[in-house]
Design a protein. Sequence first.
Length: 306
Amino acid sequence: MNQLNRAALVLGLLLAPLFASVAGVAPTAEAAEYVAAKAAPRDIIGEIIDVVGLKPRFEVRSANIENAAAVIYNGKRYILYNERFLAAINNAVHTDWAGVSILAHEIGHHLNGHTLSRTGSNHADELEADEFSGFVLRKMGASIEEAQAAMKVLSDERSSATHPGRSYRLAAISRGWNNADAQLVASAGGQQREQQPMAGSARTQRPERETVRSQPQTPVTTASLDSRLVLRKVVFSSAPHEQFFLTTRLQLVHMTEEGARVVGKLARTNNPDFPFYFESEYLQGLFVTDEGVLVNKRGQRVGYFG
C-alpha cells in the first residue's frame, strides 16, 4: 500500500466516528415513517447470497478486529468485520464496492471450505476467495475497476508467506469478474433470441390498475440495451409479450420500438416477506417476493422474474 493510500485510510478511520456523530440529525416524523417503510439499510450479505443462489450458513457480526475475517468458533461459522475499517476503505477509494468486495472475499473462504482447514492463510485459498469476489461483484453490477478497488489499496506489491502479491490478486479478481460477465452475456443472448419473434408487437398491454398507471410526465431514459447489462427477464401477467428486463444496475427497462426505456429501479424494503419494490412513477405499489414473484399492494400476483 503506498503512503498516500495508507494516509487516506488512516484518516478515514480517525474521522469515521466524528462524521457519524455530526450526521445524527433527528428526522421529521414524515421522514422517519418513509425511512422505516422504504429505505431499509442495504443488506450487502443478502445481496451477495442472492447472487450465488445459496443459503447463508454463517452469521455476520461487527467485531473489534483489524479488518474482516471468516472464522469458525465453537463449530459455528462467522463473518466478522470492523465497521470503521469498511467505512474507511470505502472513503479511501471513493466507492462502496470496496467494502462489498471485502465481505464477498470472506464469504468466499467459507463457501469454498477454506475455514475447515487448520493450516491458516495460503496463496491458493486467497486467490480462490479473490476470484469469488470478482465473480460476485460482476453479478451485482460492479465494474472491473470497482471490483478491484479495495485490493489495489490493501494488498502488498510483493507476496508474503501467507498472501500473494498485488498483481496475482488483481488477476484473480479479474478472472472471476470475466467468468461472471461471460455468463451474463450468454444468458442475455438466450433471452433476446427467445423474445425476437415478439419484437414487433405494436402496443404495451396495461397491467392491472393498482400496478400500472399513466405514463409519467417526467422524461425517461431511452437508449439501446447492452446485453451484458441484463440480469433477469421480467414478465407481467397482463403483458406477457412485452419485453421487460432487470439490469445489473437494478433498473427495470422496457424494450419499445424506439429503444430501451428505464421505467423503474429495484430497491429494498424492511419487510422480509416482500424484500424489494420498484421505485417508479410508471409502476405504483409493485413489490417483489424473495422468490422473484411480482405482487401488487393487495398481494395479488401480477408477474415474475424469468
